[in-house]
Structure formats: structure tokens, C-alpha cells
Design a protein around this ligand. Structure first.
Ligand code: KG4
Ligand code: ZN
Length: 345
């Protein structure tokens, strides 16, 4: 039975996990840095890198001990090699390289986005390729067709902010804590989603890309006007986000051909209003709908280990020990950049 150690350190979660070829997560551990970054309202790269360096090795020891395994039981070491905050990525990748070298095990340099893209198959053994994936996190907002391991076609990305970033910025404007997504969702429960007229950027355009910067500015103006309750602003923002997602997905689904399922992954997939809207869209298209459990949606190392298991299963060669950490690493290098886009992966 294949056994892979996964390491994740691309943003503000330090994580290690052991996953086998039977989709069993033998052990996993995550150390969140929320408390360190909370005073700044966002992730501070230098603080993140230092925290990863302090915590990663003890976490790896812990998952091995929890599972009653040693490194020599592992078939490969899978470490996130990008995209992400480069200092943190380097901590995880160099640690993975050192363990691989010391134990004579193959190194698998995993694209963090591939971890998110394949995580639904860790949770759901029946999920077959191809499927449509909405990947919505603090750093990414993409629609992909997942055709197989290593075979991703990106149909859409954001030309400015990721959706999680927009949730976090809205939370900051409303004086809520970080990370903002869960707090905006909670406050929105008490508000009226129709109360504040907010824009739906790019809705109606023929390409399924996203834009959230204008929505965030409108939230700021609504807040400064003093005419609306915070709960109404939160609910109206969330509704605008849902409307954007559904409109953009309809365009993308129209370009994707036959699919087996609609899948959502990434931290924002934890949002229950968004999940419900996606479920409804999938039902209207007679598509199965899958969202991994929340623990697998937000950043974790089980998805990195699982991507390693999937790569081994299809015979993809391990990576050389001089593989460089990549701050940007698109899953689909052939994808056309979105018009007006910055340099986000
Ligand atoms: O995937 P993730 O853990 O890290 C990144 O790779 O970015 O995603 C974190 C993002 C944050 O922006 C957070 O505010 C957002 O996911 N998030 C949510 C919710 N829970 C987390 N956004 C909306 N509603 C939620 N319930
Ligand atoms: Zn992520």
C-alpha cells in the first residue's frame, strides 16, 4: 500500500499528513498562524516563514508518531513547491528535500493548486474525471476543468483580487477579525442581502473571469456613507459574490463539454450560502456536486500527500532534489491571461 508524507507551508498554515493509497488519512496535524497575523489583518510573509521554520519538523514528528510509522515506511515525500509566499514554500520544500535525501526516498514537488484540485477525490472515491472545479481561496479564484492527474485546463481566473481576499477586506472594513470569511458569513445571517446596491463586476461578459476589487471599493463606500447596518452590508456583499460566482460558472460550464461533476474547493468553499447556490446550479445542470469536508477545503497537508499518491499511481516521475520553489506556478501554463490581469498565478 502506497504511503506518502505530505508537507504544506505555502501560506499561513504549517501542516504535515500521512495519506495512503486507500484514501486513508493515517494522521495529520495543522498549526495555524492566525493569531500571529491577526493584528495585521492579513498574512505577513516574514512572520509566516519564521513560524513555519519553527513548527514544521515537530509537526512531522507528531504525524509519524500518531500513525505509528517512520520515514522509512513512506514511499515518497510530497512537499508544496509553490505557488505561495516564497519564504514559507522554501521552508517546506527544503525540509522535504532533506528528508527525501536522508532516507533515500523520492521527492514529489507538488503544486499547491493541484493539491486543492485533487482533494475532492481524496474525500470521494466515486468522483471521476473530468470535473469542473471552482477553486476559491484567499489567494486564488479560478475555474478549471480537471481532466486527469496533471491535466488541468484553466477557463477563468481573477483579474484582481481573489474571492477570499474580498471577504477578508470586507471584514476589515466592517471591523471584524481575520480571517474574515467566516465572520462575514456569520454577520450576514442578520442582514438583508438586497439592502445595499452593490456591483457585480464582469457579470454578463462572455469570458468567465472574475473581478472583485470594485466590489470591495463599493463596500467601503457603503460603509463610509453611514446609511447601512454592517449586517446589511455583509449580507449584500455575500449575495453579490454569489451572483458573480454563479454567472461566471454558467459561462464556464458552457465551454467545458461533458462533465461528471461540479466541485468546489479552497477556503471559501466553507461558506454555506455559496455551497447552497452551487448545489442548486449543479442540480439544474444534472451534475453531481461535491465539496470536500471543510478540513480538506482550507489549506492542509493531506491534500498535498494525496496529490503525491495520485502522481505515483499514474506513474509520474519524482522530482529532482534541485527543484526550485516557485512563487508563481499556474496549473495550466497554456491558459490565456485574463485581460487586464496582473501577474497572479
Ligand atoms: O484555502 P485557504 O485556507 O488558504 C488559501 O490558500 O488562501 O483559504 C482561506 C480563505 C480566507 O480568505 C478566508 O477568509 C476564506 O478562505 N474563508 C471563507 C470562509 N471560511 C474561510 N470565506 C467565506 N466564507 C467562509 N465561511
Ligand atoms: Zn490554498
Amino acid at each position: 500500500m502506497t504511503l506518502v508524507l505530505g508537507i504544506e507551508s505555502s501560506c499561513d498554515e504549517t501542516a504535515a499528513a500521512l495519506v495512503d493509497g486507500d484514501r486513508r488519512i493515517l494522521a495529520q496535524a495543522i498549526a495555524s498562524q492566525e493569531a500571529e497575523h491577526a493584528p495585521y489583518g492579513g498574512v505577513v510573509p516574514e512572520i509566516a516563514a519564521r513560524a513555519h521554520a519553527e513548527r514544521l519538523v515537530p509537526l512531522i514528528d507528531k504525524v509519524l508518531a500518531d500513525a505509528g510509522k517512520t520515514l522509512s515506511d513512506c514511499d515518497a515525500i510530497a512537499a508544496t513547491a509553490g505557488p505561495g509566499l516564497i519564504g514559507g514554500v522554501m521552508v517546506g520544500l527544503v525540509t522535504g528535500k532533506a528528508l527525501a535525501m536522508a532516507e533515500g526516498k523520492p521527492l514529489l514537488a507538488i503544486n499547491h493548486l493541484e493539491g486543492h484540485a485533487l482533494s475532492p477525490r481524496l474525500a470521494d472515491a466515486t468522483l471521476e474525471f473530468p470535473y469542473a472545479l471552482l477553486l476559491v481561496s484567499g489567494g486564488h479564484c479560478q475555474i478549471l476543468r480537471v481532466d486527469g492527474v496533471g491535466r488541468y485546463k484553466r477557463l477563468a481566473t481573477t483579474i484582481d483580487d481573489a474571492l477570499g481576499e474580498a471577504f477578508d477586506k470586507t471584514a476589515k472594513i466592517l471591523g471584524l477579525g481575520y480571517p474574515g470569511g467566516p465572520q462575514v458569513e456569520k454577520l450576514a445571517l442578520q442582514g438583508d442581502p438586497e439592502a445595499v446596491a452593490l456591483p457585480r463586476p464582469l457579470v454578463g461578459s462572455g469570458e468567465p473571469h472574475f473581478s472583485f476589487a470594485g466590489l470591495k471599493s463599493a463596500v467601503l463606500r457603503a460603509h463610509e456613507s453611514g446609511e447601512h447596518s454592517d449586517a446589511d452590508i455583509a449580507a449584500s456583499f455575500q449575495q453579490a459574490a454569489v451572483d458573480c460566482l454563479i454567472d461566471r460558472l454558467k459561462i464556464a460550464l458552457g465551454k467545458m463539454g461533458k462533465l461528471n461533476a461540479l466541485v468546489v474547493a479552497g477556503g471559501v468553499a466553507a461558506n454555506s450560502v455559496i455551497r447552497a447556490a452551487l448545489e442548486q446550479l449543479a442540480a439544474s445542470r444534472r451534475l453531481a456536486f461535491t465539496a470536500p469536508p471543510q478540513k480538506l477545503c482550507t489549506d492542509n497537508a493531506a491534500m498535498i500527500a494525496w496529490a503525491g499518491v495520485e502522481r505515483l499511481a499514474v506513474g509520474i516521475a519524482p522530482d529532482p532534489l534541485d527543484f526550485s520553489a516557485r512563487p508563481r506556478w499556474p496549473l495550466d501554463p497554456q491558459a490565456e491571461p485574463a485581460r487586464g490581469a496582473g501577474v497572479k498565478a
